[in-house]
Design a binder for this molecule. Sequence first.
Ligand code: FES
Length: 165
Amino acid sequence: MAEETKDEIKKTEDVNRRQFFMRLGLGSLSIAAAGTAAFSYQFLEPNVLFEPSPVVNAGKPDRYPLDSVTLDVNTGIYIIHSQEGYFSLSAVCTHLGCLTVWKPELGIIACPCHGSKFDQSGKKIEGPAPRPLPWKRIWLNDDGDLLVDRSTDVPPLGRDSFVRV
Ligand code: FES
């Protein structure tokens, strides 16, 4: 009788040990499967970067007095109202990409980083900048607002580079 009880106890221990290892194995497999599923999902999902539109609404032309240079720090463009009309320059320095500033007392656009200087038409006066500030496409929409496409360069002083109101 005592022999049978010992056998039964041993059998119960074996089953418990077996169940323990089976649960441990299943748990490990579940964690591995969850990790694989997470990485697979990341791999299959496209990495999309949503960028803001390159077209900027600069508002009504009468916001810009004649002979003014207006910097929009949020969009990185200048709106310039000259005798020839309105035109737009990129305010991003062509050296290493710093935002330039308009110095009305000197009548120049200056880069605070390494000292490049540009005139009102974006032409380089001095400094390490390799190119002039690019002119950007500008036009009037149906509501009479000035729109600037920051992604499209136009020839400086070109016939279509100005908006005349
Ligand atoms: S970034 Fe403008 S001069 Fe260097």
